[in-house]
Design a protein. Structure first.
Length: 107
């Protein structure tokens, strides 16, 4: 069993492309934010899931990625700083983007 992120990566590798608009993905539960991002960016035409996120939470899974990004819940206390780039960091991020954007052309 694969998470959506791994399934998208495997499909891209197998098909030799990053745009999967002719594909569908089926998942046992609503995808986490990271998996949803992979599904969305790959342009998959249909995402079908079985259980709501609340069902996964009820059996012990949580939305730690969203909590970390929002600064809510237990994971806000993680030893990781999460912030939007500014100043020199924003300049470096823009330079990296400019050097690599051709590799990620989707339209």
């Amino acid at each position: 069993m694969l998470c959506c992120l791994a399934a998208v990566a495997e499909a891209c590798k197998k098909l030799g492309k990053i745009e999967l608009s002719d594909c569908e993905i089926y998942a046992s539960c609503e995808p986490c934010p990271m998996c949803f991002g992979a599904v969305h960016l790959s342009r998959i035409k249909r995402l079908v899931y079985g259980a709501k996120a609340e069902a996964a939470i009820a059996i012990g899974f949580d939305d730690f990625i969203a909590d970390a990004l929002r600064g809510t819940g237990f994971y806000q206390k993680a030893n990781m700083e999460i912030k939007k780039a500014d100043g020199n960091g924003a300049l470096i991020a823009e330079q990296v983007f400019e050097k690599t954007k051709e590799k990620f052309q989707m339209y």
